[in-house]
Design a protein around this ligand. Structure first.
Ligand SMILES: *[C@@H]1O[C@H](CO)[C@@H](O)[C@H](O)[C@H]1NC(C)=O
Ligand SMILES: *[C@@H]1O[C@H](CO)[C@@H](O)[C@H](O)[C@H]1NC(C)=O
Ligand SMILES: *[C@@H]1O[C@H](CO)[C@@H](O)[C@H](O)[C@H]1NC(C)=O
Ligand SMILES: *[C@@H]1O[C@H](CO)[C@@H](O)[C@H](O)[C@H]1NC(C)=O
Length: 491
């Protein structure tokens, strides 16, 4: 009866005087048998120090050193009232209160901290749908419950060794009324893929009172119909006439697939053969991949000409593939990806060169494209200098093939010609259609050799190149055309 008003008064005093006891830590989690230091401080000299641990109130003094709760701190003079609490007991779970004398008046001051004496949870439970196997692409949800820990346990999810970070729901902590033990549950949801098949779903519980983690696990079984990574007709290359041939098709399926080949009007199940053609049992390669093979004892011409149909099925569905065979080697598949990257790099380089040339020409006022043009001077400056347009265009758009080269040879010379020192000059190729049409007017009157001088090819070479051979498709030309008219005629 009397305790409540006393405690209330204590609080009031603290609030009214503005003097709170500074207690650290405010909360701590310890195992049974551990120790804990609690420190209360006030900014004046004190002459007493009490600490309530569990239901017992301890009087603390620097000169008393026995027992499980002993004084710690720099003495009463410094206003410190600390306790070293040893051999923590289960029943000490709860508040620890320190009580100090006030600076003035008669009402004592109190500081409160919370000690959580850790208690290990029970084994985690992993709750998954009852049906042990799941279909690919379905949403799967599992729940993990770790009951009765103090504090609540922490849950993490793994798929084999890999932690699941996406698809985990907010954990929910509950406790029975009247109990300070906490139960935590967390759900995880995931769209299952073929790669998840056979993996172990693990719910891992960690807790202060546990030396090692606790786990609940369950293997996932994911079923899916037969499939191949690449779509379309399959071509098996490199078979040799007169020699044995093997048609391998790799298919993924779970449960294991049943395979059936159809050649002409003959159907072959595994281990069956007909006229030198034998179907083999699917070979499991692991991870749900199967090699399904057809053996030809001797590849003949008509074998190469016909189509082979492979039907693969399991409980979830079936697929039919068309297989062709070829005596040619597999086309040297210069990886398109690499080709594309190289192409982009070249395009960027060429663009840079073009921009550089334009900027250079502008900055130095040597606009070679628009200047006078010898005897056609008046005419060309009146018109929109078709040759110049073509040049600019071809310089930037960079035709990748020789047949689009527009070797418009002017007679003018620009100082851009100096650039040719940096660019490998090669002899221009024979005249082609573009050249003939677009530049006919200007080129027909003058000797070919002169025209040749007007063209410089900036060659970006990707591989070994032979001047006599047509360039490989991977070679591109930046064409810089200058004219050999002396610059004085330029306006
Ligand atoms: C422990 O202290 C907190 C305030 O810090 C109080 O709300 C709570 O009721 C106390 N618990 C007990 C069991 O005294
Ligand atoms: C977690 O899953 C259980 C059943 O697996 C379900 O009853 C519960 O509602 C789910 N909770 C959340 C938050 O999704
Ligand atoms: C086909 O598979 C067999 C094993 O099943 C392998 O030895 C052979 O090299 C494969 N052939 C081809 C062309 O991939
Ligand atoms: C399976 O078939 C692929 C071709 O589809 C082949 O490269 C591989 O060597 C084969 N492996 C086995 C073990 O049969």
């Amino acid at each position: 009866m009397a305790a409540f008003p006393a405690f209330f008064g204590l609080l009031m005093a603290a609030v009214v005087t503005g003097q709170m006891v500074d207690i650290t830590p405010r909360e701590a989690v310890r195992r049974v048998g551990d120790e804990l230091k609690v420190m209360c401080k006030v900014p004046y000299v004190i002459d007493s120090c009490r600490m309530t641990v569990g239901t017992t109130s301890y009087r603390l003094r620097p000169d008393i050193t026995g027992g499980d709760v002993i004084y710690t701190g720099n003495g009463f003079k410094s206003g410190e009232c600390g306790a070293l609490i040893k051999n923590i007991k289960e029943e000490w779970n709860g508040n620890i209160t320190c009580v100090l004398p006030p600076q003035a008046g008669a009402i004592e001051l109190a500081g409160v901290m919370r000690l959580v004496v850790a208690r290990p949870p029970r084994e985690p439970e992993l709750r998954t749908p009852l049906d042990p196997s799941f279909k690919e692409d379905t949403e799967f949800m599992a729940q993990c419950v770790v009951p009765d820990g103090r504090p609540a346990a922490r849950i993490s999810w793994f798929l084999d060794e890999e932690q699941i970070l996406r698809g985990t729901h907010q954990p929910i902590i509950t406790s029975e009324p009247g109990s300070d033990l906490q139960t935590i549950s967390q759900n995880v949801s995931r769209v299952l893929s073929a790669d998840d098949n056979g993996k172990m779903l693990i719910c891992r519980a960690e807790h202060e009172a546990l030396d090692s983690v606790m786990e609940a696990r369950r293997q996932l079984i994911v079923h899916y119909p037969p499939k191949r990574l690449e779509a379309g007709t399959i071509t098996i290359f490199g078979l040799k006439l007169g020699e044995p041939g093997r048609l391998n098709v790799t298919v993924r399926a779970n449960p294991p697939p049943h395979a059936e080949w159809r050649v002409g009007d003959v159907t072959l199940a595994p281990m069956q053969s007909n006229e030198g053609i034998a179907a083999l049992e699917p070979v499991h390669l692991g991870g749900g991949y199967y090699n399904i093979s057809l053996l030809l004892s001797r590849v003949q011409k008509e074998d190469v000409e016909r189509k082979y149909y492979l039907r693969v099925s399991n409980e979830l569905g079936q697929q039919e593939f068309t297989v062709l065979i070829s005596t040619m080697d597999e086309p040297a598949g210069v990886e398109l990806d690499t080709g594309a990257i190289v192409g982009i790099v070249i395009a960027v380089l060429v663009l840079l060169i073009a921009v550089f040339l334009v900027v250079f020409a502008k900055a130095t006022d040597r606009w070679c494209f628009a200047g006078g043009r010898g005897r056609d001077h008046a005419k060309s400056s009146g018109e929109s200098t078709p040759a110049g347009d073509v040049l600019l265009e071809s310089g930037i758009a960079l035709p990748s093939r020789t047949d689009t080269e527009s070797a418009v040879g002017g007679k003018e010379r620009s100082r851009l010609a100096g650039l040719s020192a940096r660019v490998r000059a090669v002899l221009p190729r024979a005249k082609d259609k573009v050249q003939a049409t677009e530049a006919a007017a200007e080129t027909e009157e003058k000797p070919l050799s002169e025209e040749k001088k007007g063209v410089v090819y900036a060659e970006l070479q990707l591989g070994e190149q032979n001047a006599e051979k047509p360039p490989p498709p991977s070679t591109e030309y930046a064409e810089i055309v200058y004219t050999d008219q002396p610059k004085e005629t330029k306006e």
